[in-house]
Design a binder for this molecule. Structure first.
Ligand SMILES: O=P(O)(O)OC[C@H]1O[C@H](O)[C@H](O)[C@@H](O)[C@@H]1O
Length: 537
């Protein structure tokens, strides 16, 4: 673990952010990173040259460059599972070979991508059909990494949809699949069962329900089911035809898997060319990440800003606030990417972390959040570093005035967070209203904004497939760099296992075939309530 004390001392002595701008007219330029398309402005943070240099030094001390090279070249850096980490190979479209245990993985990746393209072309042109005719709808059944990536990206790229409608079912709550199936035609619906392991209870339960629905409604699961998985034996056992199965290897983590077959629903929605552009965007970010100096490296800087706020300043959460309605699922996607990757308590060698690991990540699109939780962001006692995102241009040319308002709101929020409003300013606002001085003072105190609240803004030209690919890869590499500096394994997720085990053992208790004896009093009382109110068997 790095020694944070030096940086913490810098933080305690840091001037107000607004004063940093006053002292350095070129600050916005010097504290932003640009790639060919994107700009990450981190000038509205308390970082100065000294603090930035101290953070960059963490990269050297933590071996970020060596670890980065190890990841890209297929070394088994996921040490607790003995696996390579090669989601970057999935978008290594025209790069060289990538060796895992001496064998090049690229031919297999290219072959699967070609099969996905062929499948999507057939579905999209009507060459492959359901019993009732060309496919009108696609349901992706998956959860976690087998859901959030394609669900996020399909929503993000709505202007590029020219294929069948895509739906996503993840929750084992029967409400999710029931509400989705209502109104769909079982003879023209394609179901993709997406599960790396093909054992996930939620996904297998939903897949069986969808199969029953299709059979009952006159569809043909043999023709109308596809699978995405690393477990071909299990897909065959479920009855999915091998030509409709798209495999990937265990060196693609679930939450990093949207770039391969897990992205099949996205490819169906936007077409193979659009999917290619998405991959090329990620590849462009990979190249930037691999080659740019740390101080000019967008994922590295985003990581260092994250570490500064969480580990140095002690801000326990960060809000991701896309001013882009089509990125409404991005906060949920990033919650898995960031919190499942870096929400750990032990370092790679098993020793306990001595400080915080990854922060709580949360958020909602703007402007909606402004009318809900921004009150706390502006005036609450906890400081929440904000990560704003906005496009220079929207897709709706006829609604450019909407977009101008959206941009103005986004920029206004980061400005307001930084500037705040002093008591003197608040008193001046209320002067002349005939209030007694104590009353004026009391009213003014409620209108004070502390300011000096940090934010970064990621700005991009327009939310195209190429730009989305860059944004998602940017966040993947940010998580990687934070994990390396914290000394943790960002690629396992042991913390999700215990709940799964207990759910399995609670199944027979909930359905009444086993007693709750031996369970704690709370669990037993909750089961009892379910049974007394018509639940259970
Ligand atoms: O793709 P699957 O094997 O069905 O896994 C789906 C998800 O469930 C697991 O519990 C993990 O927490 C996730 O990382 C994973 O993405």
């Amino acid at each position: 673990m790095p020694d944070w004390s030096y940086l913490r001392a810098l933080h305690r002595a840091a001037p107000r952010i607004a004063d940093l701008f006053a002292a350095d007219p070129a600050r916005a330029d010097r504290f932003s990173v640009k790639t060919a398309d994107l700009m990450l402005d981190y000038s509205k943070t308390a970082l100065d040259d000294t603090a930035r240099a101290g953070l960059v030094a963490l990269c050297d001390a933590g071996g970020v460059a060596e670890r980065r090279e190890a990841m890209f070249t297929g070394a088994p850096i996921n040490e607790t599972e003995g696996r390579a980490v090669l989601h970057t190979a999935l978008r290594n479209l025209d790069g060289g070979s990538v060796l895992v245990d001496g064998a090049d993985v690229m031919p297999g990746i290219r072959d699967t991508l070609a099969r996905m393209r062929g499948f999507c072309d057939a579905v999209r042109t009507g060459a492959a059909m359901g019993v009732g005719g060309p496919f009108t709808d696609v349901i992706n059944i998956g959860i976690g990494g087998s859901d959030l990536g394609p669900a996020m990206a399909v929503a993000a790229l709505a202007p590029y949809h020219d294929g069948p409608r895509c739906h996503f079912v993840s929750n084992v709550d029967g409400a999710h699949i029931a509400d989705t199936l209502r109104g769909l035609d079982p003879t023209t619906t394609l179901v993709i069962v997406a599960s790396k392991t093909f054992t996930t209870v939620e996904t297998m339960t939903n897949a069986r329900t969808a199969r029953d629905w299709m059979q009952t409604g006159g569809g043909d699961p043999e023709r109308q089911f596809a699978a995405v998985s690393s477990a071909p034996g299990a897909t065959a056992e479920f009855g999915i035809m091998p030509e409709n199965v798209f495999g990937f290897q265990d060196w693609v983590g679930g939450r990093y898997s949207v770039w391969g077959p897990v992205g099949l629903s996205l490819m169906l929605a936007i077409g193979p060319a659009g999917f290619d552009a998405f991959l090329r965007g990620a590849q462009a970010m990979d190249r930037h990440f691999r080659s740019a100096d740390f101080a000019d490296n967008m994922p590295v800087i985003l990581a260092l800003v994250g570490l500064w706020h969480n580990q140095v300043c002690g801000y326990a959460t960060r809000a991701v606030l896309p001013y882009d309605q089509r990125l409404s699922r991005l906060p949920a996607y990033l919650q898995q990417l960031e919190m499942e990757s870096n929400g750990k308590s032990v370092a790679m060698d098993g020793s306990a972390l001595t400080g915080p690991s990854g922060p709580v990540v949360w958020g909602e699109p703007g402007t909606n959040g402004q009318h809900a939780f921004y009150q706390l962001i502006h005036q609450g006692t906890a400081v929440v570093p904000c990560e704003f995102m906005v496009a220079a241009q929207g897709h709706e040319a006829a609604l450019a005035h909407h977009h101008r308002l959206l941009v103005a709101n986004c920029l206004a929020q980061s400005e307001a967070l930084m500037r705040g409003r002093s008591l003197r300013q608040a008193r001046a606002m209320l002067a002349g209203r005939g209030l007694s001085d104590p009353e004026l003072d009391r009213q003014a105190r409620h209108r004070v904004f502390p300011g000096n609240r940090p934010s970064v803004t990621l700005i991009y030209p327009k939310l195209t497939p190429f730009v989305l690919g860059q944004i998602v890869a940017l966040y993947e590499h940010r998580v990687f760099v934070e994990g390396v500096i914290l000394g943790i394994n960002s690629f396992d997720q042991w913390g999700v296992e215990l709940g799964k085990e207990l759910a399995t053992s609670l199944g027979p208790v909930v359905d009444g075939s086993e007693s709750a004896a031996g369970k704690d009093g709370s669990t037993a009382a909750l089961v009892d309530y379910v049974h007394r109110h018509g639940g259970g068997a």
